[in-house]
Write a protein that binds this ligand. Structure first.
Ligand code: PMP
Length: 353
């Protein structure tokens, strides 16, 4: 039995992808072994690897000006590698939540960091204090813990714009050319954990430091087509099928429409029952990926989670740093699951108000 899975990441994967993986697990396409058991330098895996890279480029419309890298270490490793490669004088960070703060803190161990704005949780800042000489400007496109999201990106006035898109890459089409670099871990919209993706403009990459250990240099991964060392082969294999699934859905334009519909379904309940459920987030900053809300008391929080579980609704407890509830509605969470949660929320409010 499959549950309504609102986990924040690792998160729900499309059932059709899981079934395909299950089917091929023991014997990948007549090769007599699973894809996990293939050499990363062999023909079977090479086709998976190059196929996945090509699909990222196609689905996300990544222009030829940008490299796509498959890496490991999660978004956390990117918090460190980004400044190690590119922070020379100082970097601007927009601090909009716990992850943004951690990114800035890690960068500060490498060099000088300035806060371009701080708006924890509730809203997305409109006014940034930018240093025109900054090495880059960093923002977190979706604040997974707090449930806020940038719906349009700021003008960085020529400073290379870098975004942590860990929890919203692939939620809709984006203009990749506006970014010097985008990074994301896979375990929200793209696949299992273990894979991290970095998309870097070639001209930005050319400015990276070259005095780092090779394994820390983005250029090493770019040069080796992300086969610098053994990549997370299984995660890439699953991600390739998730990318194919995205295409089957009609690509990111169709996925955006579906995500917006899911978000409307849940925020609609919050607006309708505002005297019971509280949304701490300003309307124009509402995340389409993580819907954060509070109940009137902690006792009701606990009851809400218990009752939800009885209806096979799981993964809705908020992050410990924020509290309350958080329903993550990444790409693979169906409208049907979202409606099941909305119905439950209405009934729970009626019974407990
Ligand atoms: N940034 C954001 C916005 C995230 O949501 C997460 C994971 N929840 C991270 C960074 C950290 O990712 P990882 O655990 O893969 O290092």
């Amino acid at each position: 039995m499959r549950v309504h899975n609102f986990n924040p990441g690792p998160a729900a994967l499309p059932l059709s992808v899981l079934e395909r993986v299950q089917q091929e697990l023991i014997d990948y396409r007549g090769t007599g072994m699973s894809i996990m058991e293939h050499s990363h330098r062999g023909k079977a895996y090479d086709e998976v690897h190059m196929g996945a890279l090509a699909l990222v480029r196609e689905v996300l419309a990544v222009p030829a000006s940008h490299e796509i890298l498959f890496m490991q270490g999660g978004a956390h490793m990117q918090f460190a590698l980004l400044p190690m490669n590119f922070l020379r004088t100082s970097a601007d960070y927009v601090v909009t939540g716990g992850w943004a703060e951690k990114a800035a803190r890690e960068a500060a161990t490498v060099g000088k960091v300035k806060e371009a704005a701080r708006a924890m949780g509730v809203r997305i800042p409109r006014v940034l204090s930018l240093d025109p000489k900054a090495d880059y400007l960093h923002l977190t496109s979706n604040n997974t813990l707090e449930g806020t999201q940038w719906h349009d990106f700021p003008d960085s006035h020529g400073v290379p714009l870098v975004a942590d898109m860990a929890s919203d890459l692939f939620w809709r089409p984006i203009d990749v050319s506006r970014f010097a670099m985008i990074y994301a871990c896979a375990q929200k919209n793209l696949g299992p954990s273990g894979l991290t993706i970095a998309i870097i403009a070639k001209d930005f990459l050319d400015t990276a430091r070259t005095d780092l250990p090779e394994t820390m240099r983005y250029s090493a991964y770019a040069k080796a087509l992300s086969l610098y060392n053994t990549p997370p082969t299984f995660a890439i294999y699953v991600a390739r099928y998730v990318l194919e699934w995205m295409k089957e859905q009609g690509g990111l334009t169709a996925i955006e429409a579906s995500n917006k519909e899911k978000a409307r379904t849940l925020y609609g309940v919050l607006d309708e029952l505002g005297s019971f459920y509280r949304s701490p987030v300003e309307r124009d900053a509402r995340s389409t990926m993580n819907v954060v809300f509070r109940l009137p008391s902690e006792e009701l929080d606990t009851r809400f989670i218990d009752e939800a579980k009885k209806r096979n609704i799981v993964g809705i407890k908020g992050h410990r740093s924020v509290g309350g509830m958080r329903a993550s509605i990444y790409n693979a969470v169906s409208l049907e699951s979202t409606r099941a949660l909305a119905t439950f929320m209405r009934e729970f409010a009626a019974q407990n108000a």
